[in-house]
Design a protein around this ligand. Structure first.
Ligand SMILES: *Cc1c(COP(=O)(O)O)cnc(C)c1O
Length: 497
């Protein structure tokens, strides 16, 4: 059955999946949502034993209904190949009796690769299908990981350019080095004086800038988004939740139909929304456990029903979760508002004008599937250390937030349901904080000495992504104020003002 997409702020117009992927964000500022969430056609028994690529096809074909079988399989095969350092693509690792779903085996060692290695292919296929001749200019705000993964995905891809904005002082040294060493004439990386929310707000404003859009159109260019608001990112993320359930079943860890809990370290709410979609497709998921760091807007929201971004922005050791406006939450709000676009639009207007909104009791009742909590910096570091001591397994800071929140969940509820924790980054990406958590003595070492030390104590090879940047020259050194993002874009695109 065909799935069409409409905006969370206006359901009158419907577009196909490929059109939604091309546009990224709807003209009214809303996010594209499917008109229904399709049910899985294969049983879990059938999916068990299938490869990642096969499961990806079974899931994605249900959402991207205007792609032909050849088109979709082509995209999947080009994305999930030897760029990943393991054939299983997303391994499940057991530690302390729970399962860590390692989503960091792609080329930039963070979970963003799971979607961003396929998005360029989905985008180019979508352009062809819709006879779009324009050059596609990807405009992206990053809290650290999206930027590099998008750059790696789009670098050198014909018919595209990519511009990435990141908070100059809000990413880890390794994250920054990964981005500013990115090769490819079609890439542009800019640090801004501001935080991630400033970058994201600036990018949204550029998307809605009609004057800029006209100038670009005159030059045969149009914007699209690689941020997690693009359904071309959301859909590939649903895959690994289906896959992990099938794998647990295949390995005899669970009975068919047995429910599992899922824990997700959350920032922009994309990854956990994908888990929610997986649950709605029929994956037996009990609780969706939403883990936040000290920027705990989401925890407060789940507790009180009030979303309030009016608070201090905290820079933490899990920078990819340092977010006060979780864009993808809008898709959940729209759904619990009974798919009432006007109701959702009113709440989002309140968010942009007053920085907060409150949902009704009736809407809050529909959030029973979710459990929210947070871990502070001390708890996060403590979790890295205790996990290492107990098992030798080394968590990155984001996954450690999730693991610490999971401990709180178990302590608070006594629920011992089999649990999958989304492991969103390699510890090599956040080496300093990880190593400092394990032992204070590492503090005096340089970033790359720490890399080698981590490799030694964890008995894990240094990933390619890190080896690559050890000696790579810096090729991007643009920094601008958060008010100068438009000028930076125009300069790169060669548009005079
Ligand atoms: C992006 C990211 C997150 C947050 O994911 P969302 O989909 O934005 O909620 C968590 N951990 C890491 C390592 C990330 O890169």
């Amino acid at each position: 059955m065909e799935v069409l997409y409409s905006s969370t702020r206006d359901s009158s117009k419907k577009v196909t999946a490929s059109q939604a992927i091309l546009k990224g964000l709807s003209d009214d500022g809303g996010l594209f949502v499917p008109d229904h969430i399709p049910s899985l056609e294969c049983s879990m028994q059938e999916l068990a034993g299938k490869s990642y690529q096969e499961v990806a096809y079974e899931v994605m074909k249900l959402f991207l209904t205007d792609f032909t079988q050849d088109e979709l399989r082509g995209c999947i095969n080009r994305a999930y190949d030897s760029k990943f350092d393991t054939e299983v693509i997303a391994p499940l690792v057991e530690a302390e009796g729970t399962y860590y779903l390692e989503l960091f085996h792609g080329s930039t060692i963070a979970f963003k690769d799971m979607a961003l290695s396929i998005l360029p292919h989905l985008m180019i296929t979508s352009a062809k299908k819709n006879h779009v001749e324009n050059e596609i200019v990807i405009l992206t705000a990053t809290s650290g990981d999206t930027g590099k993964a998008a750059l790696a995905g789009f670098a050198g891809v014909e018919g595209t350019k990519i511009i990435v904005f990141y908070p100059k002082n809000g990413v880890s040294p390794i994250q920054e080095k990964q981005m500013v060493t990115q090769k490819g004439d079609n890439t542009c990386v800019v640090g801004i004086h501001g935080n991630f929310d400033d970058a994201q707000t600036g990018v949204k404003a550029l998307f809605n800038d009609k004057e800029l859009a006209q100038k670009m159109a005159a030059r045969g260019q149009q914007f699209s988004s690689a941020n997690s608001i693009n359904i071309g990112r959301l859909v590939p993320q649903v895959v690994y939740y289906v896959y992990s359930y099938a794998k647990l079943l295949e390995e005899g860890r669970i009975e068919d139909g047995e429910k599992i809990n899922v824990v997700v370290p959350t920032g922009n709410f994309g990854n956990i929304l994908a888990a929610f979609y997986a649950k709605n497709m029929g994956v037996p998921i009990n609780k969706l456990i939403c883990a936040s760091n000290e920027n705990k807007v989401l925890y407060d929201f789940f507790m009180t029903g009030k979303y309030d971004r009016n608070r201090e922005f905290v820079l933490t050791s899990s920078p990819s979760m340092d977010i006060l406006v979780s864009s993808n939450l809008e898709r959940l709000i729209y759904r619990i508002a009974g798919e009432d676009a006007q109701k959702n639009a009113n709440l989002m207007a309140a968010l942009s004008q007053e920085g907060c909104y409150e949902i009704t009791g009736q809407m809050k009742e529909q959030l029973a599937d979710f459990y929210g909590n947070y871990a502070d910096e001390k708890e996060t570091a403590g979790r890295i250390k205790s996990m290492y001591k107990n098992t030798g397994y080394i968590l990155d800071t984001h996954t450690a937030v999730a693991s610490a929140v999971y401990q709180k969940y178990v302590a608070g509820t006594g629920d011992r349901t089999t649990t999958v924790i989304a492991s969103t980054a390699s510890p090599f990406k956040f080496t300093r904080n990880v190593m400092n958590a394990i032992d204070g003595k590492y503090d005096s070492m340089s970033d790359f000495e720490l890399v080698d030390e981590l490799s030694g104590i964890g008995n894990i090879a240094v990933p390619n992504a890190i080896e690559e940047i050890r000696t790579a020259p810096v090729v991007h050194n643009n920094v601008c104020d958060k008010t100068e993002m438009k000028e930076a874009v125009m300069r790169f695109l060669g548009i005079g003002s």
